[in-house]
Design a protein around this ligand. Structure first.
Ligand SMILES: Cc1ncc(COP(=O)(O)O)c(C=O)c1O
Length: 388
C-alpha cells in the first residue's frame, strides 16, 4: 500500500522495562558508572562467552582504545575495509597509523580475505574486519593469514551483536571485538559500546585508558570501603558508560535474541517479496555457517538495471514516505581520505561499485509485516516508472 505516514529507516525498540530500569537508576542516588555497569558487563561477557567485557561510551571509543594499545609508530599500517563508517578508519589515522584498504566481495560486502595477503607489508600491525550488516567475516581465513604473518585481528563488531560465526558468538574469540549500541543497532543503550577480550592484561589496560588512566573509577573512589587517594598510571580518556545507559543495556540484552528473531522474520519477508523484482540485487549470504544479526538489509541499485541511480531512488522512496539509509560511502573517497591517502579511481573496484549503488531499507524489530509490504510496494512503484 502507498503510505500516508512516514516509515523511518530505523527506530529503537524501547519498552516499559527499559523505561522502568532508567527511572530506578535515576532515583537510586548513583547515575554514572556503578553497579548497573558492572551488571551489564557481566551479562554481556556471559552472552558472548568471553572472559572480559568492558563497556564504553561508544564503539568509536573502543576502536580508539584498541588502536592505542597497538602503540603505532609512523608508517605502521592497519588493514581494513573502506566500506565502513568513518570511525573505523579515523581511529587508525588518529592513532598515528596508515589505513590500508582491501577490497570487499561484491556479493557479501565483507572484506575479501583472498586479497588480504597481498596488502600485508613488514609494517602491517593489525587488520580490522567489519562484520558488514551483521554477517560474520571469514574469521578462520583471516586467522590463518594473521597467525602466519604475526598480525593482530581487531573485530569491528559494530553491526554484529548477536551474530555467530561457525556456532560461536562474535565476541567469543581471543582477539578484541568491539560492539556498538547506537540507537539504530540491534540493541541500544542510547549511545554506547562494548569491547571484549580474553586477555587480562589487555582488559586491565583498556580499563585504565577508559577512565583517565586513574587507578580507581568513581564508583570505587566514593565507595565506603575504599581508602582515600588515587594514582594516575597512564594518561587516558573518559569513555565510561553511565548506569543509566547500562540499565537500558541489561534489559535490551535480555531481549536481544527475541529482537533478532523478529529481524530475521522481516528479512525473510523482504527476501520473498523482492526475489522476483527485476532490476535490483539483493543481499547475499556467506558460504560458511553463521547467524546473521540482520542489522541491515541492503540493496544494490544499478542505473543500468533499475533505470534510476541510488541517490534518485532514495529521494523517490522519501516521496513515497519510506526512509532509507546509506551504509556506506567508501571512506577512501571522502574528502579527508582523498587528500591524505589518495588512491587512483578503480583501486578498490568492488568497494567503489557498491559505494555508488548501495541503499539500506528500513529494518528494525518494531516493524510490522505490513510495513515491509509498504516498502516493497514503493520499490515496485518506482521501478515501474523508471525501469525501461
Ligand atoms: C562499522 C561501524 N563501525 C563503527 C561504528 C561506530 O559506532 P559508534 O557510533 O557506537 O561509535 C559504526 C557506527 O555505526 C559502524 O557502523
Amino acid at each position: 500500500m502507498r503510505r500516508n505516514t512516514f516509515l523511518p529507516f530505523s527506530r529503537p525498540d524501547i519498552g516499559q522495562d527499559e523505561t522502568n530500569a532508567v527511572v530506578d537508576v535515576l532515583s537510586s542516588g548513583w547515575i554514572t558508572s556503578g553497579p548497573k555497569v558492572q551488571d551489564f558487563e557481566q551479562a554481556f561477557a556471559e552472552y558472548v562467552c568471553s572472559p572480559y567485557a568492558l563497556s564504553l561510551s561508544s564503539c568509536t571509543a573502543g576502536l580508539h582504545l584498541a588502536m592505542n594499545l597497538l602503540d603505532l609508530k609512523p608508517g605502521d599500517e592497519v588493514i581494513t575495509t573502506s566500506l565502513t563508517w568513518p570511525a573505523t578508519v579515523n581511529m587508525i589515522h588518529l592513532c598515528g597509523g596508515k589505513p590500508v584498504f582491501v577490497d570487499v566481495e561484491r556479493n557479501t560486502i565483507n572484506l575479501d580475505v583472498s586479497r588480504v595477503e597481498e596488502a600485508i607489508t613488514e609494517r602491517t600491525r593489525a587488520i580490522i574486519p567489519v562484520h558488514f550488516a551483521g554477517q560474520a567475516c571469514d574469521l578462520d581465513g583471516l586467522r590463518d593469514i594473521c597467525k602466519r604473518r604475526g598480525i593482530e585481528i581487531i573485530e569491528d563488531a559494530a553491526h554484529a551483536v548477536g551474530s555467530e560465526y561457525k556456532g560461536k558468538r562474535i565476541g567469543s574469540s581471543d582477539n578484541i571485538a568491539i560492539f556498538s549500541f547506537h540507537p539504530i543497532k540491534n540493541m541500544t543503550t542510547g549511545e554506547g559500546g562494548m569491547i571484549t577480550t580474553h586477555d587480562k592484561e589487555t582488559y586491565d589496560k583498556l580499563r585504565l585508558l577508559r577512565f583517565h588512566g586513574v587507578d580507581k573509577d568513581a564508583w570505587r573512589r566514593y565507595g565506603k570501603a575504599e581508602k582515600e587517594g588515587y594514582d594516575l598510571l597512564i594518561p587516558g580518556w573518559k569513555y565510561n558508560m553511565t548506569d543509566m545507559q547500562a540499565a537500558i543495556g541489561v534489559v535490551q540484552l535480555k531481549r536481544l535474541d527475541e529482537m533478532t528473531e523478529r529481524r530475521e522474520k522481516l528479512v525473510a519477508l523482504y527476501d520473498s517479496l523482492l526475489r522476483d523484482v527485476k532490476g535490483l540485487t539483493l543481499p547475499a549470504n556467506v558460504p560458511y555457517s553463521i547467524r546473521h544479526a540482520c542489522h541491515l538489509y541492503t540493496l544494490i541499485v544499478d542505473k543500468d538495471k533499475a533505470g534510476i541511480t541510488r541517490d534518485e531512488f532514495m529521494q523517490e522512496m522519501k516521496k513515497l514516505n519510506i526512509g532509507t539509509g546509506l551504509h556506506f560511502l567508501a571512506v577512501h573517497q571522502l574528502s579527508f581520505y582523498k587528500r591524505h591517502y589518495p588512491l587512483p579511481d578503480g583501486s578498490l573496484p568492488e568497494t567503489e561499485y557498491i559505494s555508488e549503488r548501495i541503499v539500506s531499507l528500513p529494518l528494525y524489530s518494531l516493524m510490522k509485516e505490513t510495513d515491509v509490504q509498504d516498502v516493497v510496494f514503493a520499490i515496485q512503484d518506482i521501478l515501474k516508472r523508471f525501469k525501461k
